[in-house]
Structures are given as C-alpha cells and as structure tokens.
Design a protein around this ligand. Structure first.
Ligand code: ADP
Ligand code: MG
Ligand code: ZN
Length: 440
C-alpha cells in the first residue's frame, strides 16, 4: 500500500445461528432445500395481530459469542424495530437491537502484517433474518422460509489498518462460531456474511475519515480481500484527484474484479428505530449468565496448553484448530500418558489422521498401535541419558517449571528427547531417566 495513506476498516459480521426454531416464533429453521414458504406462520409472515416471543436458545448463543469475544453482557437489553421498506421484510421492519444490544465492549487479538493487534468489538447483538427474493423474468418470487431465522451481528470498531488482519479476524470468528457450536458458519451457504466498511486517510491523520464505503454481499474471504484491495486503489486515486468520497454501499463483481455502486448509504436515523412494544425488555444478572453459559476453552488457549506439552507451535495450532479433533486428540493423550507415551509421539500419529476420518479412530486403539510401533525403539539407556542431559540444558524454562512442581512441564523435555531420537526412543525410559536427572 502507498506509504502516504492509511487504510481504516471496521467489520460487520452476520452469523445465522443453528437454533432449532426461529427467533420469534416456533417455525423450524431447517428450511434448506425445502419448498418455498413451507416454514412460515403468522408471526414470521408479519400478519396483523401476530405476537412474537423471543427464542431463549438463540439468546444464549448470542451471549456465548459475546463472552468468547470478551464482551460485557448488558444487564438491560431491548429489541427495537428497524423500519425500512423492502419486499423481503413482511412486517415493514426488522426486529433488531440498536441502543440496548445484548453484549458490548469486547475485543479479539488478531495477527496482521504489522504483528498482533487488539481489535475492539463494539457490540454483539441479536436480530432476525429476512426472506429470500428470487428475481424472475418480469417478476420477483419471495420465499419466507428464512424470514425470522435467528441472526447475530458482530460489529468492530474501525481498528483494522491492514487487509491481512481483516481476513485473519473473519477466519477467527468463523472458528469461534464452530467451537461454540452456535453455527456452521458456512460462507457459501450464507451462514456467515461479511460487510467491510472501508476508508482511507493520510498517514499523518489520526481522526476518522468523514465517509466510509460499505462493501456488501461478500461471500468468501478471498473476495473480501480483493474487494478491500480494489477500494484502497480506487479511494486513493479519488483523493489524489481531489475528489470528495461519499458514504455509499458497493458490491463486488467477481467477473470484472471490481466494486460497483449499489446505493448511497442510509443513516441510522432513516430507520426510525424504536423499542418493539410486543417484546419485553431482557434483564440479566451477568454473573448468572456467565455461569449458565460456560463456554468451552477457546482454540488459542488450547493451542498454548498443547505447546506446554512440548509440541511445536505449528503442531499445537493444527491440533487445536477444530474442537472435535482437539478433543479426540486429548482423549488419546490421556491414555497415552498413563502408558508413558509422550505428547509428541501421539501428535505425530495424528498428522496422519484427517478430520473427516476421525470417527474411524478410537483413542484406545491408537495408543495400542503406537505401543506396537514403538517395538523397534531405542532402549539404550546411556544414549537416552546423553540426549536427556542436552535437552535439560537447552530447556531451562521447562526444567525450572518442573522443579517448581509443574509436572506437565516434563512432557516438553520428553518431546526434546524424542525429537533427537527421531521418535524412536523409549519414551517411558526417557521419562525415568529425566526424572532421575532432575531430582539431583
Ligand atoms: P451502521 O449501523 O450504519 O452500519 P455504525 O456506526 O454502527 O454504522 O458503523 C458500522 C461500521 O463501520 C463499524 O464496524 C465501524 O467500525 C465502521 N466505521 C465507522 N466509521 C468508519 C470509517 N471512517 N472507516 C471505516 N470504517 C468505519
Ligand atoms: Mg451496517
Ligand atoms: Zn413462523
């Protein structure tokens, strides 16, 4: 990017929850591939007199996402009507949250081209999806099966200044949704939708540009990157030509590899937000919610824990990427530890196991296999002692930790011995030798 300018991006991500029923009625959300308008009722068709009630399962998922993103759960939260006219919206408004979102003030650390950066999360709020329009020759067909499906929106502050960090953040969100089990977060199916707000300022300027271009309907990480890159060039050119950039919404044309104007952007006041009188306000005691919705260990925490077993950074990342995979690995690990097999030996075994084949492997059998493979292993105690001594001098931190009572730290040292032996050392023997050396 041109050194004289700085990119400013804020991201809005919508994720369709995999709750069983819709946000404000009992209709099933399992509409994929079903005949149009078969999953509807007076509430999600917006018929007069129909009264919505909020889906607790969806609210819990929304709170889980908020907690995973280090947000505060609001003590008071409210639904509001976002009014606008479009045929995919049967009520003439969308039920959303504006002034009282469920979760606020979070953050997520992401890696960009300028190193690790903390991205502030402005809000995580609950809303509902719209119907689906299909434009036919001379007319438009509407399918309301998707109308009212629970949707969560996650909005960042304009904290991104490089494209890599934007992509990294979006990928990390997708991973979080899957870890939490709240959505499949499949981009192609529209479970997860990205909107990037892009502006450019002179590198010396610290205040926000007074315009932003909202890039909509981007359904892949690759397109998002390309669209932002295109906007950087387009906006810099305009600035250099002395043109005034305006608030607008643009789409991405993948064939032409360029963004195009969709409409000039509306302001919040155009939506005439007001509290929905049909829905009660939500009052939470945040401690209660945090305990009720205990979220699983997040992948980046797990990754660090795996590294603590002496696995390389790369292996730790790969093994913790997917929740089910990582849990399978850990089950095997627990059994392996009882048989004095080191974490690195187990990890190496997993490099040959694909995610989709996971069901074919049982932890007990895997450990038995490893045992058998180790039949050809190195039993030479003198050789192992020599490796162990080298590993101890090279790993002061793990040695200290172990001596200070952190038993698991010895796994890192065993890993070191195993690496030196090309995986062939008897790990049980290595453990014995290490313990003896460390007790001196
Ligand atoms: P709206 O609700 O109309 O979409 P918001 O004020 O909530 O508007 O902002 C939407 C997104 O735009 C947020 O992610 C925010 O960080 C981002 N944003 C605001 N100003 C700028 C700017 N000048 N450049 C880039 N992104 C911006
Ligand atoms: Mg927006
Ligand atoms: Zn319904």
């Amino acid at each position: 990017m041109n050194q004289q300018y700085e990119l400013v991006v804020g991201l809005e991500v919508h994720v369709e929850l995999n709750a069983k029923s819709k946000m404000f009625c009992r209709c099933s959300t399992d509409y994929f591939g079903q005949a149009p308008n078969t999953h509807t009722c007076p509430v999600c068709l917006g018929l007069p007199g129909a009264v919505p009630f909020a889906n607790e399962e969806a609210l819990k998922s929304c709170i889980k996402i908020g907690l995973a993103l280090n947000c505060q759960v609001a003590e008071l939260s409210r639904f509001e009507r976002k009014n606008y006219f479009y045929p995919d919206l049967p009520k003439g408004y969308q039920i959303s949250q504006y002034r009282w979102p469920l979760c606020v003030d979070g953050w997520l650390d992401v890696e960009g081209s300028e190193g690790m950066r903390r991205i502030r999360i402005n809000r995580v709020h609950q809303e509902e999806d719209t119907g689906k329009l299909t434009h036919l020759k001379g007319s438009t067909a509407i399918d309301f099966n998707r109308s009212g499906v629970p949707l969560v929106e996650i909005v960042t502050e304009p904290d991104f200044h490089d494209v890599e960090a934007v992509v990294e953040y979006a990928k990390k969100l997708q991973q979080i949704f899957r870890y939490l089990g709240v959505s499949n977060a499949d981009m192609e199916q529209g479970d997860m939708r990205l909107e990037a707000n892009v502006s450019i300022r002179p590198a010396s300027q610290t205040k926000l540009p007074n315009y932003r271009v909202e890039l909509k309907n981007i359904n892949s990480f690759r397109f998002m990157k390309a669209a932002i890159q295109y906007e950087i060039d387009r906006q810099i050119k305009a600035l250099e030509a002395g043109e005034k950039l305006s608030q607008e919404t643009r789409g991405w044309n993948e064939d032409k590899k360029m963004t195009y104007l969709q409409r000039s952007k509306e302001e919040a006041r155009d939506y005439r937000y007001f509290p929905d009188p049909d829905l009660p306000e939500l009052r939470m005691k945040s401690e209660e919610l945090i305990i009720k919705n205990k979220i699983p260990e997040m992948p980046w925490v797990k990754e660090k824990r795996f590294a603590g077993y002496g696995l390389s950074g790369e292996l730790s990342r790969v093994l913790s990427e997917d929740r089910e995979y990582s849990e399978h690995f850990e089950k095997t690990l627990q059994i392996a530890f009882q048989k004095n097999i080191s974490a690195s030996v187990v990890a190496r075994k997993y490099t040959g196991i694909r995610r989709r084949d996971l069901d074919k492997y049982e932890p007990e059998k895997l450990v038995a296999e490893i045992k058998e493979e180790q039949a050809g292993r190195i039993e030479d105690e003198e050789q192992i002692r020599q490796w162990a001594e080298e590993v101890i001098t090279e790993n002061q931190k793990s040695t200290e930790d172990y001596k200070n009572g952190k038993e698991a730290a010895i796994q890192a040292l065993i890993g070191g011995v195993m690496r030196r032996s090309g995986g062939k050392a008897n790990a049980g023997l290595a453990l014995k030798v290490l313990k003896k050396l460390l007790s001196k």
